[in-house]
Design a protein around this ligand. Structure first.
Ligand SMILES: Cc1cc2nc3c(=O)[nH]c(=O)nc-3n(C[C@H](O)[C@H](O)[C@H](O)COP(=O)(O)OP(=O)(O)OC[C@H]3O[C@@H](n4cnc5c(N)ncnc54)[C@H](O)[C@@H]3O)c2cc1C
Length: 554
C-alpha cells in the first residue's frame, strides 16, 4: 500500500505547525512542504525587532531549515518552490522552482493551504519606494535601506505592526513620523484607551499624524493629505494585509464574505481533500458568529495543529476566534480581546462598559505600575464581549485571564469570584480582574449605575449636576468644567449643597465615585457614577478633540 501523500503549501506559521504535528501522528505519511520563499519556519513576529537591533543576529529569526526539519521529522521541505496551480480533478499541484524555472507536478491525497497574506500597498505617486514587512526578503530589503543611514522614517499605518516598527525605528535613532488615516492609533482599541498610546509615542519624539493620509512619496519626503510635507528617507507601509487566495480562487474553491478562503468546522475548504488554515482563511467570530479575517500567529499555529489532527482522522473542534492580541509600545503594554465598544455600539448591541485604573500590584510594595482596563459586557446576559488594557506590567496577564474567562463562558460578574494568585509583588488580594467583576456585579444588580465619558455632555445639557468627589489638591491639577467639588469625606455633611435632580458623581478612577453614589442613593438622591472617573473622561475627550480639530482644519 502506498503511503498517504500530504502536501502543504506555505512553510511558516500554519504550514509548519501542520507538517510537524502530522509527522507526530502519521509516521508513515509522505509529507511534502512547498514554500515559495527561501526560508521556512522563520519568526515573522520578530522581524521588527531585528530591524531595531534588539534581535541582533539575522540567524536568530530562522528557527528551522529544510535540513533540520528533514532530520528530525522526515519532512520533504522544498524552498523556492512556488505552487502555481491546483488541479482538483487529478489531485495534483503544479510547482515552479523560482530559481531555476523548472516545473513539476506533485500528487496529493490531502492538500493543506497555508499561504498567508499579502501586505496592502496604497497606490500613490512614488509608492514603489515604500517597503512592507512580511518575510525574510522584506526584512533584508529594509535592513539594506537602513544601512544607508537614513535620518528620518515614515511609518504608514498605526496598527500593531506599524507601532512595533515605530518603536524599533526610534530605537535605531531615526526621526520618525507616523501617519494614520483613522482618528486614533491601534484601531482594535476604543479611542480613550488608544489616547495614552499616542501620548507615549509623542513623548518619545514621534510625530504622530492622525486622521491623515500620505498622498505622495518624493525622494526623501512625503506629502500628506493636509498639505504638510514630512521627512521620509525610509518609508514603511503597514496598513493591513489581504488574504492570499489566488491559488484557491483559480482552483474554484469557495471564498467567504470577507474575501478569505471559506472552511468548515473541520478546516476543510469546499473541496473535502483540501484544507486551509492561517491568515488566508476566514474564522468564525466568537462574538458575532459571523465570518471574519483574523491575522494572528496563535490562530495559525493552533489551526496548523488541528488540521493535522483532522487529516489523521480525528474529529476536531475549532474554537471561534476572539482575536486576542498584545503589543508593546515604548514601555507600554497594550492588549485586547473580543470586540470593542465602538464596534458593539455600531452593531446596535445593548452593552455595559466598565473602566478601571488599577495598579499592577499592591501600592505598598515598591514598583507598582498603573494600567487602564476596559470591559465591555452584554447588558442583558452579562456575557463578556471584549476587554482592553493599556499600561505597565501585568496588562497582558489580565487580558489573557479575561480571554480565558470568555472562552470558558464565565460572565462579567463571575470575574469577581475567580481565584487568582496573589502576593504583594504580583497583584492585590482583589486582583484587577476581580475588581472588574465587582464593578460588573454592582452594575448587574443595579447598585451603582454609571454613564460613560461620551455621555456626560448630554447628561449635563439635560440638567444633571456633576459632583467631583476628589480632594481639593486633585481638583487643582485639572477638573471637568461645570463640576461642583465636594470631597468624598465631606459628602455626608454637604449633601444639601447639591441642587435637586439627577447627580453625576466622579472621582479620579471611579472607585470613590462608587462609594459616593451608594451614599447619595441611600440619602434618597438619584445618582450615577462617571465610569472610569476623571482619567477616562480626560483621555476620551482629548482623543475626540484631536479628531474634531482635524475635521475643522480639513
Ligand atoms: C512583521 C510581523 C509581525 C507580526 N507579529 C505578530 C505578533 O506579534 N503576534 C501575532 O499573533 N501575529 C503576528 N504576526 C502575524 C503572524 O505572523 C501571522 O498571522 C502568521 O504568520 C500567519 O501564518 P500563515 O501560515 O497563515 O502565513 P505565513 O506565516 O505568512 O506563511 C505563509 C507562507 O506561504 C508561502 N506561500 C504563499 N503562496 C505560496 C505558493 N503559491 N506556493 C508556495 N508557498 C507559498 C509564503 O511565501 C509564506 O512564507 C506578525 C506578522 C508580521 C508580518
Amino acid at each position: 500500500m502506498t503511503a498517504q501523500r500530504i502536501i502543504i503549501i506555505g512553510g511558516v506559521a500554519g504550514g509548519m505547525s501542520a507538517a510537524t504535528r502530522l509527522r507526530r501522528l502519521m509516521e508513515h505519511a509522505d509529507i511534502l512542504v512547498l514554500e515559495r520563499g527561501g526560508h521556512v519556519s522563520f519568526a515573522n513576529c520578530g522581524l521588527p525587532y531585528y530591524l531595531g537591533g534588539i534581535i541582533e543576529q539575522r540567524k536568530d529569526l530562522l528557527l528551522q531549515t529544510p535540513a533540520s526539519l528533514g532530520a528530525r521529522f522526515n519532512l520533504d521541505v522544498r524552498v523556492h518552490n512556488e505552487v502555481t496551480a491546483i488541479d482538483r480533478e487529478t489531485k495534483t499541484v503544479s510547482v515552479r522552482d523560482v530559481i531555476t524555472g523548472a516545473e513539476s507536478v506533485e500528487r496529493y491525497d490531502a492538500l493543506v493551504l497555508s499561504p498567508g497574506a499579502t501586505p496592502i500597498r496604497p497606490p500613490m505617486p512614488g509608492g514603489e519606494r515604500m517597503l512592507t514587512l512580511r518575510d525574510i526578503d522584506d526584512v533584508d530589503a529594509a535592513m539594506a535601506a537602513l544601512s544607508t543611514a537614513p535620518r528620518s522614517a515614515l511609518v504608514i499605518g498605526a496598527g500593531f505592526i506599524g507601532l512595533e516598527m515605530v518603536e524599533n525605528l526610534v530605537h535605531r535613532g531615526l526621526e520618525v513620523t507616523l501617519v494614520e488615516l483613522g482618528g486614533q492609533v491601534l484601531p482594535p482599541l476604543d479611542p480613550e484607551m488608544a489616547k495614552p498610546v499616542a501620548d507615549r509615542l509623542r513623548e518619545a519624539g514621534v510625530d504622530v499624524r492622525l486622521g491623515t493620509q500620505v498622498t505622495e512619496l518624493r525622494a526623501s519626503t512625503a506629502v500628506l493629505s493636509d498639505g504638510d510635507i514630512v521627512p521620509a528617507d525610509f518609508v514603511l507601509g503597514s496598513i493591513g494585509v489581504r488574504p492570499e487566495t489566488s491559488l484557491a480562487v483559480a482552483a474554484g474553491l469557495e471564498l467567504g464574505p470577507r474575501g478569505g478562503i471559506r472552511v468548515d468546522d473541520q478546516l476543510r475548504t469546499s473541496d473535502p481533500a483540501i484544507y486551509a488554515i492561517g491568515d488566508a482563511v476566514e474564522k468564525t467570530d466568537a462574538i458575532s458568529g459571523e465570518q471574519r479575517l483574523v491575522a494572528l500567529a496563535g490562530l495559525a499555529n493552533r489551526h496548523g495543529r488541528l488540521v493535522a489532527d483532522a487529516i489523521s482522522g480525528k474529529t476536531i473542534t475549532v474554537r471561534d476566534a476572539l482575536g486576542t492580541a498584545v503589543v508593546g509600545v515604548m514601555g507600554l503594554t497594550i492588549a485586547a480581546t473580543g470586540w470593542n465598544e465602538k464596534l458593539l455600539r455600531s452593531a446596535g448591541r445593548d452593552i455595559r462598559v466598565i473602566h478601571t485604573h488599577p495598579a499592577s500590584h499592591t501600592g505598598y510594595y515598591p514598583g507598582a505600575e498603573s494600567m487602564a482596563l476596559k470591559l465591555v459586557v452584554d447588558a442583558v446576559t452579562d456575557e463578556i464581549l471584549g476587554a482592553q488594557g493599556v499600561g505597565g506590567e501585568g496588562v497582558d496577564k489580565r487580558i489573557d485571564v479575561i480571554a480565558t474567562a470568555m472562552a470558558g463562558g464565565i460572565t462579567a460578574s463571575e470575574l469577581a469570584d475567580l481565584e487568582l494568585g496573589y502576593a504583594p509583588q504580583y497583584s492585590s488580594a482583589k486582583d484587577p480582574v476581580n475588581m472588574l467583576g465587582y464593578v460588573a456585579l454592582n452594575a448587574l444588580e443595579g447598585l451603582t449605575p454609571s454613564i460613560q465619558w461620551h455621555e456626560l455632555e448630554a447628561e449635563l445639557a439635560a440638567g444633571a449636576t456633576l459632583v467631583d468627589v476628589r480632594t481639593r489638591g486633585e481638583v487643582a491639577g485639572g477638573a471637568i468644567p461645570g463640576a461642583i467639588n465636594i470631597p468624598l469625606d465631606d459628602l455626608r455633611e454637604r449633601v444639601a449643597e447639591i441642587p435637586a435632580g439627577r447627580v453625576i458623581v466622579h472621582c479620579k478612577v471611579g472607585q470613590r465615585g462608587h462609594t459616593a453614589v451608594r451614599l447619595l442613593e441611600q440619602l434618597g438622591r438619584e445618582a450615577v457614577n462617571l465610569d472610569g472617573g476623571y482619567l477616562t473622561w480626560s483621555a476620551g475627550t482629548a482623543s475626540r478633540a484631536r479628531v474634531e480639530s482635524k475635521r475643522v482644519a480639513a
